[in-house]
Design a protein around this ligand. Structure first.
Ligand SMILES: [Zn+2]
Ligand SMILES: [Zn+2]
Length: 488
């Protein structure tokens, strides 16, 4: 939550030596050379960080980041309780609402899209305002927040993700801030924050964070309501603490709800999702599947009718000259992502269906062999492929007699328009009855040759290497029926 000035650890609150417990007796500098050598080997494992130890009745309180508990649980709970006994004046209500918008948007447009992702550039006055109001949201300094968020994007859903959705909804919402973490396991050192360190506003806010927090979260709204209309207590309780509680949970939802609720139109390998409900709660950060694919795009929602007030505000700030260099990914790149994900879903759907045994896996038989077997089995030859229609005779829409008349014969022409030009669905159904191919059957040779010579430009297989049969493209559909060589 809050940042102590000089740390970049996973948790802003210093995790001091007293939180570590010795695994073995500590080494003494006055030991003999021999024993020093033997203890040197043990030195790295002398201390086990509290987060690596199991919860017990004796140590549970050491697992808790108490400063964060005070800031995100105790103060909000106390403020909401006080609100019951604090009448809400209309002007204070308006102030609380406006301040909710200002501090919330400073997190989404400032901390998130400006500083974490560099999705646009901002002039100095705007950066100062975003740093000040963002400080009033009590979510840590820009530097701490943005570094953690870069880790989240880089290691989404893994153990290194500070708010991994795989650790549960409550964990990604608040639990990650309530528990202590081993700074040695933090991936914060793996993300580049030189740009953040180069921004004097970021440096100043980080250094003076506690003062910024107290002033902007509590004193400022209290002073506005107090000096403005004499409602000091209402200003602190409603525009300060209750407002702060709502901003907290609204923005925490980006880490929890946006990784849990909704669709995945761009990539479903990881947890981020798109949902308008999340967008409504989070000032437009709900199109999170898009955001994780295109993080440096200043937009989260692409369509004009989708709710993304953060995008609208950045766009408006550009038109008053406070923001510039707004970044967007190309429509081509965005649509490529959409097409690939749709294709993946289609492939999965296709894989669940029965398309018949692939032609190349069918046994090859001579025409005479086919005729011989057809005396005891209901085999029909169509376009070089042998089908066992025994279970279909009764259901044949064209009648029993017609299908029976094809048994033991080459029914290619009959099936392809000679008697009845069968539908695409009929060809699909027929494919599920395949049992073999005729040796030297001309069509089979043609397919094989086309595949060998790679002449067939249409997509042959999907991403799972399953063959794709386009509508009207079953092997049994012959435009100009050709008699198999051995079928004359
Ligand atoms: Zn995320
Ligand atoms: Zn992000």
């Amino acid at each position: 939550m809050t940042a102590s000035a000089e740390t970049t650890s996973a948790q802003p609150v210093a995790e001091s030596a007293r939180e570590r417990v010795p695994r073995s007796s500590s080494t003494s500098p006055s030991r003999s050379v021999g024993s020093a050598a033997s203890t040197a080997k043990q030195a790295p494992s002398t201390f086990v960080h509290i987060s690596e130890q199991p919860f017990t009745l004796a140590n549970w309180h050491q697992h808790i980041n108490w400063l964060n508990v005070v800031l995100i649980i105790i103060i909000p709970a106390a403020g909401c309780t006080a609100a019951v006994f604090t009448p809400l004046q209309p002007k204070t209500a308006l102030l609380a609402f406006v301040y909710y918008i200002l501090t919330g948007l400073s997190i989404t447009a400032g901390y998130h899209r400006l500083w974490s992702h560099r999705a646009y550039s901002a002039r100095l006055p705007l950066r100062i305002l975003l740093a000040a109001f963002g400080g009033g949201a009590v979510e840590g300094s820009i530097r701490w927040w943005s570094a953690g968020h870069r880790v989240h994007h880089r290691f989404t859903d893994t153990d290194r993700d500070p708010y991994s959705a795989r650790k549960g909804l409550l964990y990604s919402h608040m639990g990650w801030m309530v528990l202590k973490h081993n700074p040695k396991k933090s991936a914060r050192g793996r993300v580049d924050i030189t740009d953040l360190n180069a921004d004097p506003v970021v440096r100043w806010q980080h250094k003076n964070y506690i003062a910024v927090l107290v002033t902007m979260a509590f004193l400022f709204p209290m002073a506005v309501a107090g000096l403005g209309w004499g409602d000091w207590k209402g200003g602190l309780v409603w525009a300060g603490i209750v407002r702060l509680t709502v901003v907290h949970h609204a923005t925490f939802c980006v880490n929890s709800l946006a990784h849990w609720l909704g669709d995945q139109p761009f990539d479903d390998r990881r947890s981020p999702r798109d949902h308008f409900l999340t967008a409504i709660v989070t000032f437009g950060e709900g199109y999170h599947n898009f955001h994780h694919e295109f993080p440096s795009d200043y937009r989260n929602a692409l369509k004009w009718y989708q709710y993304d007030p953060t995008k609208w505000v950045i766009w408006a700030l550009k038109h008053v000259g406070l923001a510039y260099d707004l970044k967007t990914f190309s429509q081509n790149a965005i649509e490529q992502g959409l097409v690939q994900q749709k294709q993946k879903k289609l492939d999965k759907w296709r894989a669940r269906l029965n398309w018949g045994v692939p032609l190349e896996q069918l046994p090859v038989m001579e025409f005479e062999e086919f005729q011989e077997q057809a005396k005891t089995r209901a085999l029909v030859l169509i376009a070089g492929v042998v089908h066992d229609v025994a279970n279909f005779i009764e259901q044949h829409p064209g009648g029993k007699a017609l299908i029976q008349s094809g048994i033991g014969k080459d029914a290619t022409a009959v099936f392809n328009g000679g008697v009845y030009d069968h539908s695409n669905a009929a060809h699909n159904l027929l494919a599920t009855m395949r049992v073999g191919v005729i040796h030297g059957g001309m069509e089979v040779e043609v397919w094989k040759m086309a595949q060998r010579e790679n002449k067939d430009s249409t997509l042959k297989s999907d991403s799972n290497n399953a063959s794709i049969v386009r509508a009207g493209a079953q092997a049994t559909r012959i435009q100009a029926p050709v008699q198999g060589a051995g079928a004359a």
